[in-house]
Design a binder for this molecule. Structure first.
Ligand SMILES: Cc1ncc(COP(=O)(O)O)c(C=O)c1O
Length: 409
């Protein structure tokens, strides 16, 4: 499953297949403000009044920190997020609400309909006639479908042929029509765009490209709330490092922006990608957005992206301290390590921990990343068990199980 090339404004690289690590020479160079602060304030005001909103827990992992040779590791656990299982609940659904409000205003029906008005069904007679759509490999589509149900509009989600039935069912439970498309993620993207044009639907994508930034910007403003909560929950001396996983980079960029807004100095940001889908690292090395080609398959389904999001790239190209890529085994080990500590974090959600463990175990990388026994690391467990069958396979059938020590959570 992969999210890959869809616009021709980027260069191309073949995907290398061994773990790598790259210190970003452009780290710290000032650049454009990708997500204006007002937009975040609006997103926060909207999302925090949705029914069922509660900050997700920030878990302290003292035993893993000791074992990793750092002072503290805290993991933002997105599993409980709105019952959807991932941080993506904050993005797609928020963008659906924003889009509907803009349409109501545009058509002179309501000047600034908020989430409460939309979810009350007050404008349903009109919004029911609108349809949102996207392609997905799971979590984003679930969020868009949930937002559409909550705000009373139609929803059609396109998935490609290898998206698991578990993930399809999870989307369909929110009343969306799920259409399976032959081929890969790109084929699903094309089909969503074709059908949107043909039927007058609205595409709500989590990635941006030249000419399509408004909706993905709203998606990213929603994601910022995850990092904002983590900053609120953090106690004691501030974090020194953030290891954050990336697909198209929207999540990592949102975290980066919010860390810079909340901590001075901001913690060092290390972006972690699967070895054969490391499009942000390739872009950093090339000095411009660069798509990777080849086999993008990885167990980290949400990170299997071949092309960076334009907005994300604009933040990460100068805010990221280092990029690293990890193999699937590293993610599987991290998943089991957390499972042994009683935490259910899915295969895409554990990549930051996997990256940290790899970096910290190699003396040269440790030094390059300024990791010491005083380091305080913030991680984002961006998904819980979003596909139980996949999760159980990885948890149970792994060769390596973390020792069931007292994890001290
Ligand atoms: C669980 C999880 N974590 C991280 C990501 C990466 O987010 P982004 O594509 O914005 O980099 C995804 C994307 O689908 C995801 O599902």
């Amino acid at each position: 499953m992969h999210r890959s090339v869809r616009r021709s404004t980027v260069g191309f690289m073949s995907a290398p297949d061994s773990p790598r690590f790259f210190i970003n020479p452009r780290h710290g160079i000032p650049g454009v403000a990708v997500l204006p602060h007002r937009g975040f304030t609006r997103a926060k005001e909207a999302i925090t009044v949705w029914q069922g909103y509660a900050p997700t827990p920030l878990r302290n992992l003292p035993a893993i920190a000791t074992d990793t040779g750092v002072a503290a590791i805290r993991l933002k656990d997105e599993g409980p997020r709105f019952g959807l299982g991932s941080f993506k609940a904050l993005g797609g659904a928020y963008a659906v609400g924003k889009l509907l409000a803009a349409e109501l205003s545009h058509r002179g029906i309501a000047r600034s309909a908020d989430s409460a008005e939309l979810s009350s069904g007050q404008h349903a007679a009109y919004t029911n006639r609108l349809t949102v759509t996207c392609a997905t490999d799971g979590n984003h589509g679930r969020s868009v479908a949930w937002g559409a149900q909550r705000f009373h509009c139609g929803c059609v989600i396109f998935v490609h042929e290898t998206v698991s039935q578990g993930r399809v069912d999870a989307i369909a439970q929110f009343g969306a029509r799920v259409v399976r498309v032959p081929g890969n993620y790109d084929d699903a993207v094309r089909e969503a765009e074709t059908q949107a044009k043909r039927n007058g639907w609205f595409v709500v994508s989590d990635t941006s490209y030249p000419g399509y930034t408004e909706i993905p910007r709203d998606v990213m403003q929603g994601y910022r709330l995850m990092a904002d909560e983590a900053a609120d929950q953090w106690t004691g001396a501030p974090p020194t490092h953030v290891f954050i996983q990336a697909g198209v980079g929207g999540a990592a960029a949102s975290v980066s922006i919010q860390m810079r807004a909340r901590f001075d100095p901001a913690p060092l940001l290390i972006v972690v990608e699967p070895v054969n889908a490391a499009c942000l690292m390739e872009s950093a090395q090339a000095g411009r957005p660069t798509a990777v080609q080849g086999d993008l398959e990885t167990i980290m389904a949400g990170l299997a992206c071949g092309e960076p999001s334009l907005l994300a790239w604009q933040e990460l190209e100068r805010a990221t301290f280092a990029f690293m890529s990890i193999p699937d085994e590293a993610a599987a080990v991290a998943l089991r390590l957390l499972a042994d500590c009683g935490l259910s974090v899915g295969e895409s959600g554990v990549a930051g921990l996997a990256g940290l463990r790899r970096a910290a175990s190699d003396p040269a990388t440790r030094t390059a990343l300024q990791l010491t026994t005083d380091s305080r690391v913030l991680l984002f467990g961006t998904e819980g068990i979003t596909d139980p069958a996949v999760y159980e396979r990885l948890r149970i059938h792994g060769e390596i199980s973390a020792s069931s020590t007292n994890c001290g959570i």
